[in-house]
Structure formats: C-alpha cells, structure tokens
Design a protein around this ligand. Structure first.
Ligand code: FCB
Length: 453
C-alpha cells in the first residue's frame, strides 16, 4: 500500500502548531443534509432553483446529498477519528422556522442531536445561520430584495440562539453574502437566479442589514462570539496598463471590499458606483451603523486568484492565464494571494477583529482505488495555504484557526455532485465514506501536534 504523502508544514515555531490554534472542518446544511421534506422542513430557494432544468449540472439536487440528516452520528465520529477539534456547520433556516415565523421543534431537535454528538466527542461547534438556503416563502415576498427579510433573519437569529444558548462556540450570521448577492442576483448562476447588478446591490444591503440586526439578538441570548463569513479572492491586473490596473481595483472592490468595507468602515466602496452607476443601495439613516456593529471575529473563505483586464468600458473581464496550476473547478491555486489579502485587510481595517479561515480547500476528480483516495494535489494545496497563513501571522495578522472545506464531498451548488471538495470521499450510491489521503495527512499532523504540546 503506498504511503500517504505528508503535509509540508510550517516550522515548529509557527502558531499553527500551538494547541490553541483551532483546526476544524466545514460543511453547509443544503450541501450535505438531504432530508429536504422531513420533519416539517420547508422548501428553500435552492430546492426551487434546482427544480428548474438547466440550473444545476446533471439535474442534481440536494434532496439526498450525503444523507447527513440521518448519518450525522457516524459523520461526527469520523470527524473525531480524524482528530479535528472544531466543526463549522450551518443551520437550515427553512428547517427550524415555520411559515408563521415560529420555531419548528422537530427541526431544532436535529441540531440538538448533532450538538450532543459533537459535545460527546469534545468538538467545538461553530454554527452558520444562513449558508444561502433562504426559505422559499420569503423569496416569494421578494427575498433579499425586500427589507423585511432582514428583520425576519434577525428574528430567526433571536429564536434559534435562545433555543441553542450555551451550546455553540461561535455564531456566524451569514455565509458569503457576496455570493448570495452577486452570484445569485447579478450573475444568476445561483438561487434565486436574478440577473442585474441593481438587484445585487439591493440584496447585499439587506443581507448586511440582516447581519447587523442579528448580532445584538445573538449577544443578548448567548455568550458565544459572533462573526460573519466573507469570501475573498486574489485579484491581479493582467498588465501594467492604466486601464487594466483600474479594472483590477474595481474587481477587488467588488470581490473583496464590498462586504469588508461595510463591516469595518461603515461604507460601501466608491468603485462600485463606477462599476454600476445605476445601482443604488437602499440605505436608510442608521443602516450603516447597524451593519458596522463591532464583531468578535471575522471568517474569511479563500480559494483562488483571478487575473483581470479592462473590458474596454468601466468594467472588467477575468482572463484565463495559461501555464498556472488549477483545480477541478478551473480555479488558480495561489496561496500568496491569501497572505497578501490578510495583510492588506489587517492594515486597511484597524477595527478588524481576529480572523478565522472558515473555508479553504479544493476540488479534484477523486476516485477510490483499493480503499484509498490519492489526492496529492489537495495535500500540497493545504500545506501551501498553511504556509501562507503562517506568513500572514508573522506579519501581524491575528489568525485564530482554520476550517478545511470540506469534511465530505457534497452538493457543490450549480455544479452538482461532480466537483469533489471533501477530505472524505462519498460514494453517492452507497453513501460509503472513505477518508482521502489528505484526511490521513491532516490526522497525522494533528497527532504530531498533540504529542508536541
Ligand atoms: C464557497 C461556499 C461553499 C462551497 C465552496 C466550494 O463559496 O461557501 O459552500 O461551495 O465555496
């Protein structure tokens, strides 16, 4: 049997070797739970979006996914067996709140059972309140284009944090509001499938307002730290030309600063007006102060870099540079961008709280051979990103932990089940889980860490 390649790790003095640097794995409700019509769960915008032919590769849906709703105990045992000390999961809003805005006890009971199992195994739970699966009945009233959805979100946060008070180690309000707003409302590749930057700008404001209203509700009910999870990506100009440099600044503002400037400066970047002159955020008095409420931590999700050029107008286009390493998604592997972004944010935002890397990982076309999955590219990817985080910490960035995306292969949104991000392989016919070599390499790192402590 071939020996698993080892992770190339930062030197012994690095903070990632310290036991208080948290290592976790991440998942999201719609991507793994399945059981979409069980115990009173209501439809989400992803059920509706997936029902439209052509929206999702192969016509895949999250109806079964990894059947985690029924297999959660085994999945927690797997997580513990690999030596993780934390788990980031999301709570399905349409599972726990009914159409009248009241708690659905059966849905809540699922998360109580999950938390019991995590507790038994000593794994610290980090719960995301909305990982994109907005209840469809709220979408029917305008979804994130309707300011009332922000209030509904805060009310959901209030009720679920009362029900689960004392049980989680951290609350994360929204996952990647940029993707909900932009990919869902301007590009239309995600639910709800709208296609105008004007919608994206409105949706973003209501998403962030919902976050800002949820934070005090969470704090009133529970002592656990509160944060938001933002996705960021590297942006590099395709050339030194003034046009491409300007395009890159605008792309950076769109991809990275839109959410973070709002949270930590209480304003939206000026470049967005230049990109979309007709799109006006529906800001009312006091909104930006609500949105920029101080946080206990910020979650950063990082996967890739984009090289951008001017589109000849006031926008930009992403170029496919040849000769670089890419993943199954076609995403460029570029750990230096993670370091550079962390250092830039640290300098740009004096108000920025401690950082957790809440997602990082890659998809590959993994197959089981003789009970093993040789995912060497992922092992290299993880080691190189650990090094980038270590470098950022050496430059003063306060990074407290890292969650690999993802524990399991799962429903990768519009790509369906073809893109495998797990450190554990899932056979969707049998639901058999097989830890990949990357999972074994992480396990061995966690063991070494425990021995050194
Ligand atoms: C992020 C999402 C996560 C997963 C990864 C690959 O944008 O938060 O659910 O799809 O990308």
């Amino acid at each position: 049997m071939p020996v698993s390649p080892q992770l190339v790790l930062p030197p012994a003095g690095s903070a990632i070797w310290r036991r208080d640097f948290l290592f976790g794995a991440a998942t999201a409700a719609y991507q793994i739970e399945g059981a979409t019509e069980v115990d009173g769960r209501l439809p989400s915008i992803w059920d509706s979006f997936g029902a439209v032919p052509g929206n999702i590769a192969n016509g895949d849906t999250g109806a079964v996914a990894c059947d985690h709703y029924h297999r959660y105990a085994d999945d927690v045992a797997l997580l513990a067996g690999l030596g993780f000390s934390a788990y980031r999961f999301s709570i399905a809003w349409p599972r726990v709140i009914d159409e009248n805005g009241r708690l659905n006890p059966k849905g809540v009971a699922f998360y109580q059972r999950l938390l019991d199992k995590l507790d038994e195994r000593g794994i610290a739970p980090y719960a995301t309140l909305c990982h994109w699966d907005l209840p469809q009945h709220l979408q029917d009233r305008g979804g994130w284009l309707n300011r009332d959805t922000s209030l509904r979100f805060a009310d959901y946060a209030d009720q679920i944090s009362r029900a689960l008070a004392g049980r989680v180690r951290g609350w994360m309000t929204l996952n990647e509001p940029w993707v909900s707003a932009y990919v869902g409302h301007a590009e239309g590749r995600h639910a709800p499938g709208l296609r105008s930057p004007r919608y994206a700008v409105e949706a973003m404001h209501h998403l962030l307002l919902g976050h800002g209203l949820a934070v005090p509700a969470l704090r009133a009910n529970d002592k656990a730290p509160v944060g938001l999870v933002a996705n960021v990506n590297g942006v590099t100009a395709a050339s030194d030309s003034a046009e491409d440099q300007l395009a890159a600044r605008r792309a950076h503002a769109n991809n990275n600063l839109w959410v973070l400037d709002a949270l930590f400066k209480g304003q939206y970047p000026e470049e967005l007006r230049q990109l979309w002159p007709d799109a006006i955020a529906p800001v009312r008095d006091g909104d930006m102060a609500t949105i920029s409420v101080p946080l206990d931590f910020v979650g950063i999700n990082y996967y890739f870099r984009a090289v951008v050029a001017s589109d000849g107008g006031h926008g930009y286009v992403v170029q496919q540079t040849p000769g670089v390493e890419r993943t199954q998604m076609g995403w460029e592997v570029h750990p230096d961008s993670l370091r550079n972004l962390l250092v830039e944010f640290h300098q740009r935002y004096p108000e920025m709280p401690p950082v957790y890397i809440t997602e990082n990982g890659m998809a590959s076309d993994d197959r089981v051979q003789d009970g093993r999955v040789h995912d060497e590219q992922r092992i290299r990817y993880l080691g190189r990103h650990f090094a980038a985080i270590d470098q950022a910490m050496q430059q003063g960035v306060d990074v407290r932990g890292y969650f690999v995306w993802s524990l399991l292969d799962n429903f990768e949104w519009a790509y369906g089940y073809d893109k495998r991000f797990g450190i554990v392989h899932v056979d969707y016919t049998t639901q058999q889980r097989t830890p990949k070599d990357s999972a074994l390499a992480l396990k061995s790192f966690f063991q070494q860490r425990a021995e050194r402590a």
